[in-house]
Design a protein around this ligand. Sequence first.
Ligand code: 5AD
Ligand code: SF4
Length: 442
Amino acid sequence: MNNENKKYHILTYGCQMNVHESEKIAGILTKLGYEYEEVAENADVIVFNTCCIRETAEQKILGHVGTFKKLKKKKPWLKIVMCGCMTQQEGKGEEILKNYPYVDLILGTHNIAELESRLNNLSKQKVYVQKTDGYLNEEIPSTRTSMPNAWVNIIYGCNNFCTYCIVPYVRGRERSRSIQSVYQEVEGLVREGYKEITLLGQNVNSYGNDLNDGTNFAKLLRELTKIDGKFRLRFMTSHPKDFTDEVIDAIASDKRICKHVHLPVQAGSNNMLKAMNRKYTREQYLELVEKIKTRLPGVGITTDIMVGFNGETEEDFLQTLDLVEKCKFSSAFCFVYSRRKGTAGYNMTNIVPQDIKKDRIKRLITLQNKITRQLNSNYIGNVFEILVEDVNPKFENTYCGRTECGRLVNFKSDTDIRNKFVKVKVNKGTTATLWGEITEVE
Ligand code: 5AD
Ligand code: SF4
């Protein structure tokens, strides 16, 4: 089928993995002859790349799908596709079709590559959700739009089964790419001019375990630093239980590996950590944070924290606040626990009432904001290397970029300095952003 002059739009929900997966979806659509269209309403195919980590995500997505009912009537040739984590859940595809029968195609997380053949051959069967998770999406080309940043998957899936989490059910077991394959991709990206490569995995620290040949994350990092050129290497997410000394040494071994560790703690009490099946204690986490800070001076540690998991008492929650106070995270993503069907947490009793959850999340965010402000004020007067990522459209001649440890900084420039490394002296800070002036351009 000829798709010339046809346009696609992708709506992405959820984490960085999905953002990158949307680049692969864009790659497939480009191969099919579609062009990118910024306004969803003007597109001929709209893809919803979905998330199901919390119920709110699913509600938001379905609400959005609902808004396209009218458009589909007006434009019967419009194709609506749904894929990603939400659609991989058992029976979900059929459930979606009951309420949104005008959706044309539903693909599970292991069926992305099928988009190419299915889109041109829509049929009565609309749901394709494969249960097995044996393959890697390695051959799918990416259409990247994020210069100077590029995302690279190193491991797919998760073996951890934290009791609240649906990811292992919708992403399958851990599958690592080979060092060689990751190396080739990163080298190619650096050659193309990308300056910041972020290695992605639900748990990058278990990279290589499934390869059974001694490969591990530290070795991968060291291999990648053999690539010539000025670029930054980031990685996320790290599971505290698997964060080894060898990884700390690898980070310390090359300045191009960012001293930024995203280390989700989830909760600060041992009762909750146990109920969540996190496999580390509060004491072990605190010790790890201390070790990382000592061996990687200037490191930024960020985290994810959940409040209101089943059985969480005020005492448990106070332990979370205490841990947050002690760790001084440079930022924390704070979530209210959401019950997910199919997880072990779904069947637990001791559900925390909604009003208590709301109260706790407010107190947690207030505390972290106070810490972020304190840390930001410590930055004032210091000079940081920043990779200029974009213009800040809200202000004239203003650009923005991130420090090594991930803090966003704004600064003025009369010339276009995007994709360059600059040195910036920070002179002002609010909770969210820092401001500074350029002292040196690469
Ligand atoms: N409810 C709320 N937050 C969740 N997360 C994972 N599962 C849930 C859930 N059921 C959070 C965790 C994880 C982040 C990506 O999302 O904090 O680290
Ligand atoms: Fe979910 Fe735990 Fe796996 Fe992270 S490590 S994806 S929280 S099960």
